[in-house]
Design a protein around this ligand. Sequence first.
Ligand code: RP5
Length: 151
Amino acid sequence: MGSQSDWPTMQCAAEVLDELEVAYDARIVSAHRTPDRMADFARGAEAEGFKVIIAGAGGAAHLPGMVAAMTHLPVLGIPVQSKALSGMDSLLSIVQMPAGVPTGTLAIGEAGATNAGLLAASILATSDDALAVRLKAWRAARSEAVAEKPE
Ligand code: RP5
């Protein structure tokens, strides 16, 4: 994520990864304030053993796209809800990548972070049968929790 202030949003991704028993590392890596840290992370992520990167940032949210430019790993971008423009700035900063540098873009805010965690798990589950079982169970439990009628 780009800032400590993104953590309340990004925690939603972390929570779902915890529930699915997917190992992860959470780091603050700013495209603007710590560009060298960002480049070192993005260029070294594959060698470090990462399989998927979830990158959340708000405002002028260049982090996901810049990370995607420096790695072949899948990058899932989360537009963090900004105070000034409610995350529309974040969304538009992430979603319109030029052809050739794909960056997955999720919904603004907490829903996007939760879904990024689930999507990362789905990607990993294509080569991890036990995770696929846990993911199917997670999804089934969510379906079963939906009442047929309102209270
Ligand atoms: C972005 O600027 C961060 O991703 C964050 O969403 C936003 C505001 O950062 P802070 O000023 O709260 O550190 O780089």
